[in-house]
Design a protein around this ligand. Structure first.
Ligand code: NAD
Length: 484
């Protein structure tokens, strides 16, 4: 099954911070892969703008090197690489001064989509937005793309939104949460709303609970300063896990349209109850074979920032009242695995008697690695000797089911950057969604500070602190394993 490539209109994409890590490792390789796939053509251009005083030629060499590292298979096609690099330009420019802006202005083409990608720290969003306006670079067909973090708390998120709103309409602002660009995350909506099978069961009457796990094996290397200020709650739960929770829990939107989808997600966040302090477990990884412990990594022996968090959340609405959502995420865990487990209730009555044991269906949606969906169903154990029941997986690995072309699914950035050009905001967060997520998160963090809460140490390479197991055990449940 070959996926269809629908070409986008000609565009000018201006990447502020084009020499930075994100641009070199994610954005430019994503653009290159879409170029090779024929989604955009020689009529578009990419202009990187950053402080370093490179010539366009020096910058192209830098990009070629990044593509060899981050899009190796396609970068071997030297003709494609040369054609791509011809579309790449560079302007030395400073967000804080007028230097370079006239040069940028001269390079822009009239009458086409203009996307400004702010791949810089959030403190530069305001100055950049101001200068884009002051130099009259914004047209009716202008979009701005901003990267997380969208604030540090509700107040800073509001300030950031206000800064952007002073210069651009909400319909022009694309807040990227790259989790939403993952194939399986979009598949969540396809599975839920494209099949009759699941939706009738998708409520508290049939779903016992839902587990959302985003486990990482990496530590915080290279991000120590940022991470120590953020912690797992701000870095992962407020955005990525919250987005997954919304897609799993939301009502069917009337249509697959940006505002219809985002309205439904917002309703979920607003229906979240405050989290009870005893429904949260925080952890910090200890030293192990993988490296130093968290406190040594950040050079703060008294750090109370969490590198792990597990919590139980409740959504107070008709669909979900009484069905808990257990969320967990952490660094230096046993495996890299992002998975959502929808755990259904036991059958109301077992005709097979006590000895058949308890069996319940479970739907696992794997986001990474090996994207796919598994439905656990109960069958009879083969062989004579009575009716013994056993749970077996109905397994659908997308790579296997969809054929070899889909073994290499597009990176989230490929999808998202093309959606920016197409002007489709469905997979981007709206300002009110971000603020609602902070409004739920802030009191949790404030509670930790007020109580002087100290995270529990956990072994590197484990599944997290033992208290996280207790959080489930107290409710007569248990976490599904974290498997690579
Ligand atoms: P980086 O430090 O590697 O790059 C920053 C870029 O900004 C450089 O190109 C630099 O020249 C440019 N810059 C800095 N000051 C400037 C100024 N005054 N005028 C013009 N350009 C200036 O940062 P990064 O890792 O690429 O991250 C960029 C943004 O994306 C940050 O907000 C970060 O939080 C976010 N982000 C990064 C990643 C990632 O994987 N790197 C992931 C998610 C979000």
């Amino acid at each position: 099954m070959v996926s269809r490539v629908i070409p986008v209109d000609p565009f000018d994409l201006i990447i502020f911070g084009g020499t930075g890590d994100l641009a070199q490792r994610k954005i430019l390789p994503a653009l290159f892969r879409r170029f090779c796939a024929g989604q955009w053509h020689e009529d578009a251009q990419i202009i990187a703008a950053a402080r370093a005083n490179h010539t366009a030629e020096e910058f192209r060499e830098m990009v070629a090197e990044s593509l060899r590292q981050h899009a190796p298979r396609r970068a071997q096609d030297s003709r494609a690489l040369t054609r791509f690099l011809l579309r790449v330009d560079y302007v030395p420019l400073d967000a804080m001064t007028a230097e370079g802006w006239d040069v940028l202005s001269e390079k822009l083409s009239p009458n086409r989509v203009r996307a400004f990608y702010f791949s810089v720290g959030p403190s530069l969003f305001g100055p950049l937005a101001e200068r884009v306006r002051a130099h009259d670079l914004a047209t009716d067909d202008t979009r701005v793309v901003v990267e997380k973090p969208f604030g540090h708390d509700l107040d800073s998120a509001r300030a950031l939104n206000a800064t952007l709103a002073a210069h651009f309409d909400e319909s022009q602002i694309y807040r990227i949460d790259h989790y939403l660009g993952k194939e399986t995350v979009q598949n969540l909506m396809a599975v839920r709303f494209g099949n009759m099978l699941f939706e009738p069961l998708w409520n508290s009457q049939y779903v016992d609970h839902i587990q959302i796990t985003v486990a990482e094996t990496v530590g915080i290397s290279g991000r120590e300063e940022y991470y120590e200020r953020a912690g797992a709650m701000r870095d992962m739960v407020q955005n990525h896990l919250m987005q997954l929770l919304c897609l799993i829990a939301m009502e069917p939107p009337a249509k697959f349209d940006p505002d219809a989808v985002r309205d439904e997600k917002l309703k979920v966040i607003r229906a979240l109850d405050p989290v009870e302090p005893h429904h949260i477990v925080r952890g910090q990884f200890a030293a192990g074979p993988e490296g130093a412990g968290y406190r040594d990594c950040v050079g703060n022996p008294r750090s109370t920032t969490e590198s792990y968090v597990a919590l139980k959340a409740h959504i107070s609405n008709w669909r979900w009242a009484g069905t808990p959502f257990y969320l967990r995420t952490g660094k230096r865990l046993v495996a890299r695995s992002s998975v959502i487990n929808v755990m259904f209730k036991d059958a109301p009555h077992s005709i097979f008697g006590e000895e058949a044991g308890r069996h319940a269906n479970a739907l696992s949606i794997r986001l990474q690695p090996n994207e796919g969906i598994t439905l656990k169903v109960t069958i009879k154990e083969p062989g004579p000797g009575g009716m013994r029941l056993v749970d077996v997986p109905l397994d659908m690995s997308f790579a296997e089911a969809l054929g070899p072309e889909n073994q290499d699914p597009p990176d989230a950035y490929e999808r998202l950057v093309m959606d920016v050009i197409r002007g489709n905001q469905t997979l981007f967060m709206r300002g009110d969604e971000v603020e609602a997520a902070w409004a739920w998160t802030d009191p949790i963090i404030a509670g930790w500070l007020a109580r002087g809460d100290v995270p529990k140490p956990y072994d590197s390479g484990s599944t997290g602190p033992g208290d996280a197991e207790l959080l489930m055990k107290r409710d007569g449940r248990r976490w599904q394993g974290i498997k690579p």
